[in-house]
Design a protein around this ligand. Sequence first.
Ligand code: MN
Ligand code: MN
Length: 458
Amino acid sequence: MSEKEKLSKWQEKEKKLSYERKSCWEGCTDGQKKKIFSLAEKYKTFLGQAKTERKVVEFIENFAKKNKMECFKNKEKAIAIVKTGKRPINEGLRIIVSHIDSPHLDLKRIPLHEEANLCFLKTHYYGGIKKYHWVNVPLSLIGIIIGKDGKKINVEIGEGKDDLCFVISDLLPHLAGKQMKKNAKDVVTGEQLTAIAGNICVNDSKIKEKIKLNVLDLLNKKYGICEKDMISAELQLVPSTIPRDVGFDKALIGGYGHDDKICAFASFEALANVSKPEYTTMMLFLDKEEIGSVGNTSAGSYFFSNVVMELCKKQNITDPMEIRNVFEKSRCISSDVDVGINPVFAEVHDMQNDPIIGGGVCIGKSTGWGGKYDANDSNAEYMANIVDIYDKNNILWQSAGMGKIDEGGGGTVSKYFSRYNMEVLDVGIAILGMHSPFEIASKIDLYYLEKAHQAFIK
Ligand code: MN
Ligand code: MN
């Protein structure tokens, strides 16, 4: 050891005693880098083609079939995939749960509207968005319409390279004097989130709304639907953008819907990469997290417990007391994204406790807001056990906080699983620009999350 590298007594102590958060890229080998980048490509393909919860379910169902996994679907918006473990189910399950819905703009029930020689689509935003993010961004329309005789019609407009798109056009700066003085939340209002959808009119002076009728005619020719059919339809506007590498070194991925599709991806990849898990393992993908886990496709529904009961039945466990035991012995990871430190907005962060981009898997002991209201606070024993698993498997991880105290807050689905008295811990990765049309994640964090999920089920 050279003179320069020799540590002083206190330096040695520091190395031994202090918790140091490091960039995972430090010490990353070329071989690892290759694996990291190839996993990221796989993820980008998934993220680019599965922008809505229905599309994710379709993707995962196909994935499960290809990888010979058991699969339970809930109304095309939530799904569970399962691999039977070496041990009997009465020793409990391993569960990793993520959500597959992302903030977007739903069309209103009667969306088409004509004014000033333009046709518009009225929307109602879904989830926690900064409304001003959604103007001047190319938007795709994705979803389903139930046509005559209950026929399901898939709609997907704007995703192809040469496809048309929709856009909410913001006010020009020249006339924005008053707008610029408003609070950011009112700069663009919910009602103003109205997307341009047409300009050509039908040639008939007897018709009042000529452009709207032309659009309805186009929709009728393409899908065989009329305006009434849109009342029950589920159509969402999402950014048309495809996932892109960000930065000179291409270390980051920019895209729509990392929250929480990046954790969903890490989960199903991990299950495919473990041929025989120790315990029966369920990867659960849920809807409606962004609006508070309400509704029958969310964490608030009995779908999860119904699937567990079905799995128990297959191993001849039907006694309610025994099933209750299965729940209590199970262990759960709630896998959702975390708030990464954005030094541009340093004032909201606790620089010591919030996670860094490229700092590895984020382990969050508690979620919630204020005095930890609405939180799931994991038990120290369980958390330490997961940390131990990660350390033994060389998973680089960091502790995750969520901004300065009382700066804001948020929750995950973890509290819905703690109800079963099973152990639950939040594990995810740090994201920048969360809930925006173009969120940022680090490729190396994704790599370690997939490895962490593998280690948990092995
Ligand atoms: Mn989330
Ligand atoms: Mn979210």
